[in-house]
Structures are given as structure tokens and as C-alpha cells.
Write a new protein. Structure first.
Length: 281
């Protein structure tokens, strides 16, 4: 991975990016959008010769009791084999039960039993892919009263047991911290820096619910000042990691997205020095 920020590549920008690949460190796509083949996948294969690629999945349901659906896992393995991405990531969540697929990334209780289940599923995925994956911390709107393990410790335990890495989504930390009432910096303190393989930066919105304001992780705006500040803190704590600008709804013009990546690069240079080197991170 070049020591530059990357962008999430979405369909409206695909033709422009293929025609003139931008000067970014890498391109990240949602794996499920390319499992069916077609011209989009062929375009992505061409881009793989120009830029490093990252696959970000949303459908493995690693936190569900049943685990990854076999056909879905096979499609992911085939896509990864075809594109040879630098990174493959998924979410610490569940989204399917008894053959019913839900269009959301749902939370799970952080208990020893859940840890055993998720670790087993992660090991299965990694064995099939022949590589470690990264697990992303979720954005949270509720917490289970019977959870016994703090979320950062749960991620740390998964990394230790399975050899997976952590995708540290800094926007999700800010969203969850506001909604659940904890300190973002304290969350960073609980993460094992050596296991972090990527940062995500994104925008969020505020919404009034039952008389209180909550933050919604909608990836529909520029990165907020609070998230930029937490990014700076993460850089000083853990060093450089591949950093993604994630923007999925109310998608802006491509130059706006590239400018956000430029801001991430500038902050990394400020936090780590102009000569920072990905190989030393």
C-alpha cells in the first residue's frame, strides 16, 4: 500500500476513475457489488493494474450463530482470487438468521460465548481465503445489558485468537461514543495497535429520536472535525495505516472525494512528519 489515503469507489465514479485513475493510495469497493461479474468487474480488474484494491464485505454475518453462508463465502473467495486485493475486510456484526437476510449490520452481545462463535467464523473465512481479514468495529445505537466484554477488548481477543486484523473505523467510534456515552480516546486506548490494519474516515448525521439527539453513521457528508481530530490521535498512537475516505450516500463529485483524501494525507504528514514511510508503520 502506498503511503497515501484511498477512496471508496462507487458506481457513479467508476467510468471516470477508469478513464483517469486518480492519484490515491488505493481503491476500496464493496465486495457484494462485484460478485456477479459483468463490465464493472472487468473495469475493476483493469484498475487493479493501476492502483491497489481493497475488498470490503457487508454480507458474511460473522456475528450470527449460523456464520457465513457457504455460497456467499465461495463467491467472496472467487472474487478475491480474481482481483488479488491488498486488503479484505468485514464487519463485527450479523445480518442473517435462518435463511432471512436483513439489510442492516446488526449488533451482537460481547460475551465469551459470542467471542467463541465469531472467532470460529473468522477462522473459517480466513482458511477459505488463505489470508487474514480485517474486522471493522461497528457504529452502535444500543448496547446489550448482558455484555461482559468491552468492545475494544472483544476485538483484541478476536485478533489474538484468530490472527485477524482490526479495521479501525474512527467515524464509528465517534458515533458510538456519542450515542452510548463513552470517551473516543479511551476506546483507542483499548485497541491493540499492532493489530490495526486500516483506518476508515466518514461523515455522519444527527437525528432527534425520542427527545434526544443521536448520531447516524450514514456516510453521506464530509468527515467531521471530531473524526479528523480522532484520526490525528490514532496516528500519534499507532502510526500510519492505509486510510480510506468512505462516502456512500449523497455521493459528491469525484474531486470532493479526492480532496478529502488529500486532507487525510496532510494530517498524516503533520502528525508523523513529512517523511513518514508506510514501511516503517
Amino acid at each position: 500500500m502506498p503511503a497515501r489515503a484511498g477512496i471508496g469507489l462507487r458506481a457513479p465514479h467508476l467510468a471516470s476513475v477508469v478513464a483517469a485513475p486518480p492519484a490515491v493510495g488505493f481503491l476500496e469497493v464493496h465486495a457484494e457489488n462485484y460478485m456477479g461479474g459483468g463490465p464493472g468487474l472487468r473495469a475493476l480488474e483493469r484498475l487493479g493494474g493501476e492502483r491497489a484494491l481493497s475488498l470490503h464485505g457487508v454480507g458474511l454475518s460473522l456475528g450470527g450463530t449460523e456464520g457465513p453462508e457457504p455460497e456467499h463465502l465461495e463467491r467472496l473467495a472467487g472474487l478475491a482470487g480474481r482481483l488479488e486485493p491488498a486488503l479484505v475486510s468485514e464487519h463485527l456484526s450479523w445480518s442473517a438468521a435462518e435463511g432471512v437476510y436483513l439489510n442492516d449490520l446488526l449488533p451482537l452481545p460481547y460475551t465469551e460465548e459470542a467471542l467463541e462463535v465469531v472467532a470460529r467464523h473468522v477462522e473459517r473465512v480466513q482458511e477459505r481465503l488463505g489470508r487474514p481479514i480485517l474486522l471493522e468495529n461497528p457504529s452502535s445505537y444500543l448496547a446489550y445489558c448482558h455484555s461482559t466484554i468491552p468492545e475494544p477488548a472483544f476485538l483484541a481477543a478476536l485478533a489474538e485468537r484468530t490472527g485477524c486484523g482490526i479495521l479501525c473505523d474512527l467515524n464509528n467510534i465517534v458515533v458510538s461514543a456519542r450515542n452510548l456515552g463513552f470517551a473516543p480516546l479511551a476506546y483507542l486506548d483499548g485497541l491493540p495497535g499492532a493489530a490495526i490494519g486500516e483506518y476508515h474516515l466518514a461523515g455522519h448525521s444527527a437525528q432527534a429520536v425520542a427527545g434526544r439527539e443521536i448520531l447516524i453513521d450514514d456516510h453521506g457528508s464530509a468527515v467531521s472535525a471530531e473524526v479528523w481530530a480522532l484520526y490525528g490521535a490514532a496516528l500519534r498512537r499507532f502510526g500510519w495505516r492505509p486510510t480510506l475516505i468512505e462516502w456512500d450516500s449523497r455521493l459528491p463529485a469525484l474531486p470532493v472525494l479526492l480532496a478529502e483524501a488529500g486532507t487525510a494525507d496532510a494530517l498524516a504528514a503533520e502528525a508523523l512528519g513529512e517523511g513518514y514511510d508506510v514501511r516503517a508503520a
